[in-house]
Design a protein around this ligand. Structure first.
Ligand SMILES: [Zn+2]
Length: 115
């Protein structure tokens, strides 16, 4: 499943960040998931639950913030209203996707022991 490899990559990245900062554990993660990313948030959460065990993220919570797709005209940059045809009413050119196909790790909260 697609979501499993995404979570694996996510955990690898978080593990690198945690090690670099000497964190003892990761408390929470927040990711932004575009509605056109092709990733199912439910499957992603399930995959995270499965893979976080025995990783630095064991016990960490995952918050998934879903972002809407944003389209705009590539010529005049005018945003296309949500639900409207994906074509600029002024220039008659097809709209371009500005945002909404991304998966971004927005925040990692971790515990770093005092030295
Ligand atoms: Zn336009």
């Amino acid at each position: 499943m697609h979501e499993y490899s995404i979570v694996q990559a996510l955990l690898d990245r978080v593990s690198v960040e945690a090690q670099a900062r000497g964190a003892s554990r990761v408390v929470s993660l927040r990711i932004r998931l575009g509605e056109l990313s092709g990733v199912d948030p439910g499957l992603l959460a399930t995959a995270f639950d499965t893979f976080r065990e025995r990783s630095v993220c064991e016990g960490a919570s995952l918050a998934i913030h879903q972002s809407h797709a944003v389209w705009a005209c590539p010529r005049c940059q005018v945003p296309i209203e949500r639900g409207a045809p994906l074509r600029c009413t002024g220039c008659a050119v097809p709209a371009r996707l500005i945002e909404g196909d991304e998966l971004v790790l927005e925040r990692i909260e971790m515990e770093v022991p005092d030295v």
